[in-house]
Design a protein around this ligand. Sequence first.
Ligand SMILES: Cc1cc2nc3c(=O)[nH]c(=O)nc-3n(C[C@H](O)[C@H](O)[C@H](O)COP(=O)(O)OP(=O)(O)OC[C@H]3O[C@@H](n4cnc5c(N)ncnc54)[C@H](O)[C@@H]3O)c2cc1C
Length: 405
Amino acid sequence: MIHHDVTIVGGGCVGLSTAKHLSEQTDLDIAVLEKEHHLAEHQSGRNSGVLHPGFNYPPDSKKAQFATEGTRRMKEYCAKHDVPCDELGVLVVAKTDREEAHLDVLASQADANGVEYERLDSQAAIAEHEPHAVGQAAFYAPEAASVDSQQYIYALAREIQQNGVSLYTGHAVERIRERSSGYQLTTSNSNIETTYLVNAAGLYADTLAQQVGVGDGYQVIPFRGEYYEVTPDQSELCKTMIYPTPDPELPFLGVHYTRRTDGKVIVGPNAVLAFGREAYENTDINLSEFKDILAYDGFRKLLQSQTMLSVAWSELNKSYRKKAFTKAAQRLVPEVENDHLHKSYSGIRAQLVSDDGELVKDPLAIETEDAVHVLNAVSPGLTSSLPFGEYVAEKIIELDDRSSC
Ligand SMILES: Cc1cc2nc3c(=O)[nH]c(=O)nc-3n(C[C@H](O)[C@H](O)[C@H](O)COP(=O)(O)OP(=O)(O)OC[C@H]3O[C@@H](n4cnc5c(N)ncnc54)[C@H](O)[C@@H]3O)c2cc1C
């Protein structure tokens, strides 16, 4: 049977970044197992591709630290590896007094996290940045950037293979068994033994962790984010990136405009409960996964909140009624019309929920004596992936140092 010192399950940005840092800092024999035949098929290749400097996140949170450092490091990475990345800046628009007051919170978080910004206090000032955006005030963060996340994933994959990491695609891990030392992994292709395990399986990370008694008390709930593309003849409606003021009660940032590195302007994502972990269309349903979602106590408790129920309803509406989606888009750019939007791709967020019905907001990696399980790599997980992967790699290095003492 094939043996590796460290086996990483999941070839998304977190798993590949962990492999990158481990291969740079150790001589360990490392493998990455990815269930798909191509990379970037799930969250890491189906997102907005925005690098978020840390103004959205409370100081002292892991999210703030990883996002601020991740933005800087990822720009350097992209420059070095020829990954398209445009530093366009982001405009967060306030439409009401309450939203304008929340811009003060963004400004104080930006100050604390060392993020550059500018406050715009009139429609005229907004129009200088984005002629078609409408609001009463805005927050402008020039360091935000648009990146090609799929090319980033392939650059990481090339780099780790050059560093000697074995990358197995088409290897779905079906069963994990603990051995007296390490683990045996049964995959759809072959069996692999490993001394250390990193579980970075994204939408399925909880189910793999629970096979070895880790992560009870949590479940991944899949939230689909759907995008529309602005027709090319109207793409000048957004020059850079336009976001609504985030609602601090909600984990998702709301429907926004992103100018991608290929020049396309996408609008979205909404955040609608997916009826399966990989149910990318609003007609897709995976019955057994959907039953597990509905049966989960944490999910039912989450829905007891009036706010969550009304958000769930409004997001469902945006998924099934294009006009409701267009209305959300018009809140930022009133000139956009239903016919200017064409259905595009969707992505599914692996949002960890606890048994008491809380949405887990910070990244979460649970460590055992010979494994690290990444249970929550929520947005901005792409932005955070270099420091987050390094953090996971350091945990494995500590476990290895401890076992050789
Ligand atoms: C709609 C949307 C928009 C987003 N926008 C942004 C953004 O603008 N900026 C930002 O910073 N972040 C954004 N994010 C968040 C970011 O994309 C994620 O946080 C990040 O990609 C998570 O990476 P990951 O490696 O944990 O997961 P994934 O990319 O999902 O990787 C997990 C991998 O594990 C594999 N896998 C699963 N089960 C198994 C198994 N049993 N065996 C082997 N392999 C397995 C999967 O095939 C997958 O490739 C967005 C996410 C979504 C969904």
